[in-house]
Design a protein around this ligand. Structure first.
Ligand code: 1PR
Length: 523
């Protein structure tokens, strides 16, 4: 029996599911006594350091946790579950941590995108039983803006490089804690979890441990989901956002099965977009929540869900906050939520008033669940102009001239799945969303969607140069070379595709084989 410390702030369902998939029974901690009597304790932390410590203090869990740690029984902390062990964090000055390890938690002070999101390697510093069966060159999934700095180097189990060398896991006797997420790290992560659960394993140090580790570019499989005319929830796919062929919604299969297939084929992340979410309120569209619950049972890579995340008043006059919708998605197994139409309206308001309201979906969700949990999905299309002065938007010079030979264009944001163009450009949208707390940009392009012509490199370069958060390039992938192009000619950290994967034209493995040796990827 594994005692599972869930303090109710985000997606810990996947850790729960991962442990259960390994055949263990899990008991969720409900009282301080449950901590004290645990034989093996797993603590997956999510959200922000300050709110985590507030909840742990409110529940009177801090002292029992300290006692448990001092007893030397097996403990696995994940992400904030590692940071909690320290004395304090720059994320919440003045808030005391559990203080089991001397040292603090610092924000990344580097020139790269923060949060550090994605698959990175481990430089293994000492033997541990959690490495049994691993080669040492595996990559694990990270998502964090802060990293631990222990005073005693002897506690360091692994380090990872990202603009600096930081401590990515510690081990003190039976107490193990990782900054990365084993439960989101595919089969390598499951192996590591299994090793932790089997407490009798031998200490080992894998042979291929990396000296310097590198963050991999991510390949994301995207599933646009909607109900078809027969009432079935299906994966569909548009051509420039038109999902109907001869009047009928294209049907590429069932979301749960397809997500499972992409996981097995090596997708680094899976994104579900509920494409009619702007008109159907997600909390009234329960099948989508069920899709997440089912998917997270056997898909152990990060899951993003988008569609309909906004404040909403139902027909009975009940007001829902976007935060409630997001919370339901996180509880159902999502790691990140993606906000589309609402982000455009929020930025328009910001530009009108010169400030955030503090109440918007972006601000509220990032405050509670952390910046990394908020992705902004942008649905832009090109608008050509003859000169940059013609409009007040951020304009780029293009090598693909317009129909009248125009040499410039701006990227117009749209809402409601491309149905309505707004007086806002994609670069400004991305910049303001970053200010408001977004952690990542999912950059679609209506002109390229479903065309197989390749990503709109000019758009992706312009946006990824303008923000410091990671950008996921999307729309238009048709060949393996397109992925290479987008990773070498822009700052995009991930590339997303849908049609070529659904139609089995280019399998994920083929993309990765092509990139191998040219671009850092997870094999
Ligand atoms: O506005 O917050 O409710 O979110 C709705 C979400 O649904 C948005 O993220 C929006 O991008 C998405 N969406 C709405 N309508 C459509 C549509 O296709 N009619 N899909 C739609 C957007 C774009 C990509 C697609 C890539 C790759 N799909 O996700 O998967 O373009 O395709 P490709 O590789 O086949 O070229 P809200």
């Amino acid at each position: 029996m594994i005692a599972f410390l869930d303090y109710g702030a985000g997606n810990v369902r996947s850790v729960f599911n991962a442990i259960e998939s390994l055949g263990e029974k899990v008991k969720v901690v409900e009282t301080a006594e449950d901590i004290l009597s645990a034989e093996r304790l797993v603590f997956p932390g999510v959200g922000a350091f300050g709110s985590m410590m507030d909840i742990l203090n409110e529940k009177n869990y801090v002292e029992p946790l300290r006692d448990y740690l001092n007893s030397g029984r097996p403990f696995l902390g994940i992400c904030l579950g590692l940071q909690a062990l320290f004395e304090g964090s720059e994320e919440a000055p003045g808030v005391r941590g559990v203080g089991f390890v001397s040292g603090t938690v610092k924000r990344f002070d580097i020139d790269l995108s923060v949060p550090h999101i994605g698959w990175n390697g481990l430089n293994i510093k000492k033997p541990s039983r959690i490495f049994t069966g691993l080669g040492g060159d595996e990559k694990f999934y990270f998502v964090h803006s802060y990293h631990v700095v222990p005073e005693d180097g002897g506690a360091v189990l692994t380090t990872t490089d990202y603009g600096c060398e930081f401590v990515s896991s510690i081990q003190i006797g039976n107490i193990i804690a990782t900054q990365f997420h084993p439960e989101k790290s595919g089969s390598s992560g499951l192996q590591l979890l299994k090793n932790f659960l089997e407490t009798s394993g031998e200490q080992s140090i894998p042979v291929r441990s990396a000296q310097t580790t590198r963050l991999a570019k991510r390949i994301v499989a995207c599933l646009d989901v909607r109900t078809n005319d027969q009432g079935d929830l299906v994966v569909t796919k548009g051509d420039q956002y038109d999902v109907r062929e001869k009047g009928v919604v294209r049907n590429f299969g069932m979301p749960v099965e397809l997500a499972r297939r992409y996981y097995q084929e090596g997708a680094d992340e899976i994104t579900f977009l509920n494409i009619t979410g702007f008109r159907d309120f997600p909390l009234e569209d329960m099948p989508m929540l069920e899709v997440l619950r089912q998917t997270s049972k056997n898909v152990f890579v990060p899951l993003t869900i988008g569609g309909g995340i906004r404040d909403y008043r139902d027909k009975n006059g009940r007001q829902y906050k976007a935060l409630e919708v997001a919370s339901e998605y996180f509880r159902s197994g999502a790691d990140k939520v993606s906000i589309g139409s609402d982000a455009v309206l929020i930025v328009e308001e910001y530009l009108r008033t010169g400030q955030g309201t503090g109440q918007s979906s972006i601000e509220e969700i990032s405050r509670v669940y952390g910046n990394q949990a908020v992705v902004i999905s942008i649905d832009p299309r090109r608008v050509y102009v003859t000169s940059p002065d013609e409009v007040k938007h951020q304009v780029i010079e293009t090598t693909i001239p317009g129909p009248k030979g125009e040499a410039y264009c701006w990227y117009q944001c749209t809402i409601k799945g491309g149905r309505e163009g707004r007086e806002l450009d994609a670069i400004t949208l991305a910049q303001v969303c970053e200010k408001l707390g977004a952690g990542e940009i999912l950059l679609n392009c209506i002109d390229r969607d479903g065309t197989n012509l390749g990503f709109d490199l000019e758009l992706i370069k312009a946006v990824s140069d303008a923000v410091s958060i990671p950008v996921i390039a999307s729309s238009g992938a048709g060949r393996v070379e397109h992925f290479h192009e987008v990773f070498t000619r822009t700052e995009a950290e991930s590339a997303l595709a849908a049609g070529i994967f659904h139609r089995k034209e280019v399998p994920i493995a083929e993309v990765k084989n092509y990139l191998k040796g040219k671009v850092e990827i997870r094999q």
